[in-house]
Design a protein around this ligand. Sequence first.
Ligand code: HEM
Length: 130
Amino acid sequence: MEKQEVKLFTREELKNRSSREECILIIHNEVYDVTKFLEEHPGGLEVLMELAGMDASEPFEDVSHSSDARSLMKKYKIGELVEADRTQGKAAYAPQWNNDQPQEQGNWSSWALPLLLGIAATVLYRVLFL
Ligand code: HEM
């Protein structure tokens, strides 16, 4: 076989297809049918069923699955998402580390005001008392 055909799915179609009898997950733009894996999943079948038809990339990474788990996944891959439905960029393949949290204040405003107050106090002290 020269080139393996990859079956493409849309997010919409997966949302409608998944049911109690069929558990399909999207993880990093790839589509997995874990129906036969539900009973074997060490993390339990409930977590997988709750995510049926949805993008499970984040919850999957939150658990820090082992490399064994990652190679096991391949067995259940049934295809990929169509180009238009893919999450773009590297972030899709890496855990998201609180990107939406406010950044640590590292700019000048955090130290300039105390510094100015210090200088003003020193000048005032010299003018008044020396
Ligand atoms: C095809 C997809 C998946 C496969 C093949 C898989 C496989 C595994 C395997 C082999 C483990 C044992 C620990 C390890 O080796 O890392 C595990 C643990 C676990 N999985 Fe998954 N998993 C999948 C998807 C998910 C998803 C989407 C969730 C959603 C939250 C999840 C939640 C968990 C949890 C909570 C554990 C921890 C169990 C514990 O440590 O007590 N898994 N999984």
